[in-house]
Design a binder for this molecule. Structure first.
Ligand code: AMP
Length: 214
């Protein structure tokens, strides 16, 4: 199954992708994670794109399209995949359609994570990560056992530069201006499934499971 996870930053796409992956074996393809992993080197590429990502702007369409195209046709994706953070605008969506058409593939469904702007700001401000594993926590909703430390390794947790309050507002604006038009785009194709992100991650996951199992 091929699924697009659509929704504002902080709507829980990454958290749910990990749960879906565990349950169904679909691969999580997060363009944000792939970009952040590529910043470990000290190259010019890394510096240029890291400052874009840390500042909350989008990197070029060309770059993310190349990342996705290099990834989704790999062998491990034949079991199914979820696109998390892609497409983020209409051009990317159309490029994805063409890419898939050429290979006789299609997207089965688009899960829309519905969260209000106020909740997005609250969720992002409290979000913390264990950098190596990607495990995520929330100061209020899902705190680590020991403050500032990963539950499994005891290592320090970090806050993503783009989760700082000043940057969150500009990420939200980009979502409204560029990504939201995708809701209609996929609704018109009859592919959209709306998830009301109320309640804890387990409750949201059971809503998603009902949809996938249908
Ligand atoms: P995310 O982890 O999905 O919140 O993505 C973090 C950042 O990576 C975004 O704010 C962008 O700078 C960049 N990024 C991820 N996916 C895309 C995309 N599809 N198009 C452009 N930039 C992206």
């Amino acid at each position: 199954m091929h699924i697009i996870l659509l929704g504002p930053p902080g709507s829980g796409k990454g958290t749910q992708a990990k749960k879906i992956s565990k349950e169904y074996g679909f691969i999580q393809l997060s363009t944000g994670d792939i970009l952040r992993a590529s910043f470990k080197s000290d190259s010019n590429f890394s510096k240029k794109h890291k400052s874009t990502v840390d500042g909350g702007s989008l990197v070029s369409d060309e770059l993310v399209i190349r990342i996705v195209e290099d990834r989704i046709f790999k062998e491990d994706c034949s079991a199914g995949y979820m696109l998390d953070g892609f497409p983020r605008n209409l051009l990317q969506a159309k490029k994805l359609d063409n890419m898939l058409l050429n290979r006789n593939q299609y997207i089965d469904m688009v899960l829309l994570f519905n969260v209000s702007d106020n909740n997005v700001v609250r969720r992002l401000a409290g979000r913390r990560f264990h950098e190596k594993s990607g495990r995520s926590y929330h100061l209020e909703f899902n705190p680590p056992k020991s403050e500032g430390r990963d539950d499994l390794t005891g290592e320090s947790l970090i806050q993503r530069a783009d989760d700082k309050e000043a940057v969150v507002q500009s990420r939200l604006k980009i979502y409204h201006d560029q990504t939201k038009p995708l809701i209609n785009y996929y609704a018109e194709k009859g592919m959209l499934q709306k998830i009301e992100c109320i309640g804890n991650p387990a409750q949201v996951f059971s809503e998603i499971k009902n949809i996938i199992d249908k």
